[in-house]
Write a protein that binds this ligand. Sequence first.
Ligand code: 13P
Length: 287
Amino acid sequence: MLVSATEMLKKAKAGHYAVGQFNINNLEWTKSILLTAQELNSPVILGVSEGAGKYMGGYHAVVGMVNGLLQDLNITVPVALHLDHGSFEGCYKCIEAGFSSIMFDGSHYAIDENVAKTTELVKAAHDKGLSIEAEVGSIGGEEDGVVGMGECADPNECKAIADLGIDFLAAGIGNIHGKYPENWKGLSFETLDAVQQKTGDMPLVLHGGTGIPADMIKKAISLGVAKINVNTECQLAFAAATRKYVEEGKDLQGKGFDPRKLLAPGAEAIKATVKEKMELFGSVGQA
Ligand code: 13P
């Protein structure tokens, strides 16, 4: 059964480790992540972007697939199904469809509007037992080939949003989605520390988990990060494994073109990536 992410992140924060949010795109992704979490006895959060939700057929299809896998694969570790960077409307759709957690990304609104919309969604999510994440300070990334630098959130704005009753907070600390550019300045631990000072026990979320050096990940966890999002790294691992399979001509040997064979190396590569991250984040054995 899906659970909200509130308890697992409170526990992570108290235990000084982080729970990984791994974004899903299809059945292979989801199955690989769930099996790895179960094998390592780790809690896990499945992230679904609005684009990935649409790709998989819609939010009901995602909920049906994930619930079915939990049952058929006998997954007993805590699993949350979380909308990643949700719009206001997207959040309502996921609450209705049966997600167990949502993120409202109001970072592009003026702070007053972010506050108003987050307040409304906190109530809607909590009424149905879901957890809710909010964002302050936009997290950069590649758009049209240009990689924007991540912003640093204003700690006072973080406090204003944290006080609305959200369960965990994504604060921009110079992190970005996708690959980091050569001239990236690294995470701003000064900002992270200031945000945590203002927000007390609030579990903090680190987006853009792909490509952040291990020592920075560990330091971020020591300063209050309890959830780390990873997406691109699983995609890169999946693509590389699939490419190798095709380049070696294995898709042309026997029944190598069968999707169950063709996609198997990618699924294994995702398992290896998730395992490596869970070990780094310290969530192994914490379920
Ligand atoms: P990456 O794609 O950089 O791993 O970031 C994932 C993320 O933060 C999803 O919200």
